[in-house]
Write a protein that binds this ligand. Structure first.
Ligand code: ANZ
Length: 845
């Protein structure tokens, strides 16, 4: 048998595509566009299996759409600013730019080996001045529109990376990159006013019909809209304060009020600025991070003031006022009325400070003497111990009723709050986009004129300093604008800013005067299909949506509601995990299998413990290097396998057996190719039957549908079916014309998944230039009928020609309607019926 030489063939096609600029795209309004985009990678130096999966899924779609005649934009670029470059450069005494550029070259060559249909002419890299120049211009636009501002605020401080993190970048109280416990620190920071668009961002989700629901739910929760009321509490004591405002979603629980708690930054704290006990308490509080999660799980601690607050629904009822660490300054009014029986934080706090816990809601199935004991009861029920509110159904009716009362009494009013906070974008790092502003001696902000952009990062600087290396760049920092001596901002922008608009840049990568050309944007945007990991559900996907709203804001020339029309989130690539007898992680490459058991290659006396399959990660050493896979099995086999195992949205289990079997299948297809070529040459006079044609048409329908629905794993199954069917069928006589036409269609169906193989075969049957996605003929799909044998008491009494898949009940009623057959059944009882779908029914009477 002729061996399929994937190395030569894949290389040949990759060179041809590159030479002919096959995937080059132009803005062409006469053609229907399709913008297919996968999340661009961070240039770490090597691609991993996650990239292989993400980009294969995108490539299959891009190739399919282009065969369907769409003008497909399928670009690739590099999210190339960020900490790893700075860290690596520091460790190896290198320049982050050199390190990044080297990595980009290495990864680009790896991606090319996958045979991706990428328009490399549109490649962009966010760390180049050609890119960040426009980002700086956007920043200045937003500054002018007051969508960017500077304020002193508590921030999440990552003590390891020595930088500020956005709330979205703090996961379980730890820095998303360093894993260090995040601290609170007060710093002057730049913020994007994302919260201004809370309602717009929420409303927009309703129109994103081609987004996975789970992502929309995550964004919705993150934006966190709450309905409730503000309440004005009268306070008395030794301070010049007579009322405090609180936001609450549960005004109906006011009769369970037992303390009032303030954030340590509440304006009342100014009266305690020289109180040592308070300052100590504040310091204690700064040990917990600023995120809600950190606060929720941390100890609840308080500092008692001499103030007392009055219950607005019962003026005789007075409670103490505390500062408490669980009250956030930037939510509501930075003040909470505590109802321990129905809120767990308040409950924990009340237990600690021995405060009253009064039950005011009972679950529906409890009596009026129900009492909260070991934990708060936040659930629904009926109001009790609440005077004139008793008996109301909580929370739906009771909240609305209470708000009415509060509004009548003018002590409170209805209010809507959002959890979404403004996006802090300042980073105290070198390797990022410089923020294009400077300060005068008084600290006033001066935007750098657009004509002076880009504000370039200084090169070849000393990185081995603590904190931000830009701070020590005296020459760079000093700048004169209009004769005024100013000092540059040394913070750089969060790299998530770079990825919030890169999809616009792909539309006009060479436009020099602006980030994009309107014409290009109007044609290409929105991205028709965006593909990436679900881990970006909140961060990147929310920021990008905000950025479009921010650019569109007060802008006649740009009005893009949403950046991504369709979103697909692919699953992880998983692999078994291995440990040696000493419990050290072992990589699959260090293992040898002997008689079905796994041993350490270097010491065959050591048997390996096989652990569960988990998503590939360096720390567990269960990664597989895509480059080796491509080298040993070829890109098509890698693509085929990564799609074959499970639906793209689910996790895929990588296994050696799996890739080997994909590899073998391609070899089988190659043998099949030789066989069919021989049959084509025979050129029989007449077609034996229409089965070949029928099968191909059905296959076209199935593969097209599976592509439209992202059921890519089913396409691989379809190809196996095809191989089984045709291997036998073509031994019958068919004309050259029939065989060639059908085989060509089949090869085109294969080409999105295994493009090198399919194109090679298409070339062999001399079909290169007119390759269009095939359409199927309805006549082979519809009117599918079958002949069913009707037996009565085991004897054949007739045949019925019926629609395929007619069910038993319908068949019986048709038998009864048939005059000839019904004669046998008249006045008889059917005791038993044996039915084999599409074949036979036997009625025992
Ligand atoms: C009294 C109450 C009673 C509350 C009860 C809840 C349950 P969501 O739904 O997330 O919007 N709250 C208000 N401002 C706060 C702040 N700055 N820091 C911390 N917590 C704050 O949460 C609204 C609830 O969070 C509010 O309703 C308030 O506690 C608390 F049985 O008021 B509630």
């Amino acid at each position: 048998m002729d061996r399929y030489n994937f190395k030569t063939i894949e290389e040949k096609w990759q060179n041809l595509w590159a030479k002919n600029k096959t995937f080059k795209t132009k803005t062409d309004k006469s053609k229907k566009k399709f913008y297919c985009l996968e999340m661009f990678p961070y240039p770490s130096g090597k691609i991993h299996m996650g990239h292989v999966r993400n980009y294969t899924i995108g490539d299959v779609l891009a190739r399919f759409k282009s065969l369907q005649g769409f003008n497909v934009l399928h670009p690739m670029g590099w999210d190339s600013f960020g900490m790893p470059a700075e860290n690596a450069a520091r460790q190896n005494n290198l320049d982050p730019k050199t390190w990044t550029e080297k990595n980009i070259l290495a990864m680009k060559s790896q991606l090319k080996k996958l045979g991706l249909s990428i328009d490399w002419d549109r490649e962009i890299s966010t760390c180049t001045p050609e890119y960040y120049k426009h980002q700086q211009a956007f920043f200045l636009d937003l500054l002018e529109k007051k969508l960017v501002y500077r304020k002193e605020n508590y921030v999440n401080w990552d003590p390891v990376d020595e930088t500020v993190l956005a709330n979205e970048q703090v996961i379980d109280g730890k820095g998303w990159r360093s894993g260090a416990a995040v601290e609170r620190k007060k710093l002057s920071q730049w913020f994007f006013n994302i919260s201004k668009f809370s309602q717009d961002l929420l409303d927009g989700l309703d129109n994103l019909n081609s987004w996975p629901n789970k992502v929309k739910v995550m964004q919705k929760n993150w934006i966190g809209k709450s309905f409730g009321s503000e309440i004005n509490f009268k306070v008395e004591g030794d301070l010049p304060v007579d009322n405090i405002k609180c936001f609450t979603t549960r005004p109906d629980t006011l009769f369970g009020f037992s303390f009032l708690a303030l954030s340590i930054d509440h304006e009342i704290s100014k009266f305690y600025s020289d109180n040592n006990d308070f300052l100590k308490f504040k310091e204690e509080c700064s040990k917990t991070g600023t995120t809600e999660e950190a606060i929720a799980v941390g100890d609840k601690i308080g500092f008692k003031t001499n103030l007392v607050a009055t219950n607005p629904l019962n003026p005789k009822h007075k409670v103490p006022v505390f500062f408490a660490n669980f009250v956030l300054m930037d939510y509501g009014f930075g003040a909470v009325f505590g109802c321990p029986a129905h809120d767990q934080r308040d409950f924990d706090f009340a237990k600690k400070y021995k405060l009253e816990i009064k039950t005011v809601v009972k679950p529906f199935n409890e009596n009026d003497d129900f009492e909260v004991k070991d934990e708060a009861y936040p659930g629904p029920g009926i109001l009790i111990n609440s005077n004139f509110l008793n008996g109301l159904e909580a929370p739906d009716n009771s909240v609305i009723e209470t708000i009415k009362i509060l509004e009548e009494k003018k002590i409170g009013k209805k209010q809507i709050n959002y959890r979404l906070k403004d996006w802090g974008v300042s980073r105290q790092r070198y390797w990022g986009c410089p923020i294009p502003v400077a300060y005068d001696e008084k600290g006033n902000v001066h935007p750098i004129p657009k004509s002076m952009l880009p504000v370039k990062l200084p090169e070849n600087i000393e990185l081995k300093v603590k904190g931000n290396p830009l701070d020590s760049q005296k020459d760079w920092k000093e700048i004169t604008i209009d004769g005024k001596k100013l000092t540059r901002e040394t913070d750089t922008l969060d790299t998530f800013v770079c990825s919030s608009w890169y999809f616009l840049r792909f539309c006009s990568p060479y436009e020099n005067n602006h980030g994009f050309k309107e014409d290009d944007i109007n044609y290409w945007m929105p991205v028709d299909q965006y593909i990436g990991g679900v881990e970006h559900a909140i961060l990147h996907l929310l920021y990008s949506r905000f950025f479009m709203k921010a650019i569109s804001y007060n802008n006649k020339n740009f009005n893009l509601e949403e950046p991504f029309y369709g979103l697909f989130t692919q699953g992880m690539v998983c692999h078994e995990t291995y440990k040696d007898p000493d419990n050290n992680w072992v990589s699959p490459e260090e293992i040898e299998t002997i008689d079905g058991k796994k041993y350490l290659k270097s010491d065959k006396s050591k048997m390996i413990k096989v652990g569960p399959s988990e998503s590939m990660s360096k720390s567990k050493k269960n990664t597989i290097d895509p480059e080796n896979i491509i080298l040993n099995y070829g890109a098509d086999a890698a693509r085929l396998f990564i799609l074959s195992d499970s639906p793209p949205e689910k996790d895929v289990q990588w296994s050696e057996e799996g890739i080997v079997s994909s590899f073998k299948f391609i070899q089988k297809l190659w043998n099949f190719n030789s066989k069919i070529l021989k049959e084509i040459q025979k050129d029989h006079k007449k077609d034996h039957d229409q089965e070949v044609e029928k099968f191909t048409n059905k296959l076209i329908k199935k593969v097209t549908e599976n592509l439209e629905n992202f059921s890519y794993n089913k396409i691989v199954a379809n190809l196996h079916e095809m191989h089984t069917f045709f291997s036998k069928q073509i031994e019958n006589d068919y004309t050259k014309k029939t065989l060639k036409k059908n085989y060509k269609d089949i090869l085109i169906l294969m080409s999105p998944v295994i493009p090198h193989f399919a194109n090679e075969c298409l070339e062999i049957i001399q079909s290169q230039n007119s390759n269009k996605w095939p359409t199927f003929d309805q006549k082979f799909i519809e009117n599918e009928s079958v002949t069913i044998v009707i037996q009565i008491n085991g004897k054949k009494r007739g045949l019925l020609n019926l629609k395929k898949d007619t069910d038993e009940k319908e068949l019986l009623s048709l038998v009864k309607k048939d005059e000839k057959l019904n004669k046998y059944l008249e006045n008889k009882i059917i005791k038993k019926q044996i039915f084999i779908k599409n074949k036979i029914i036997n009625l025992i009477i």
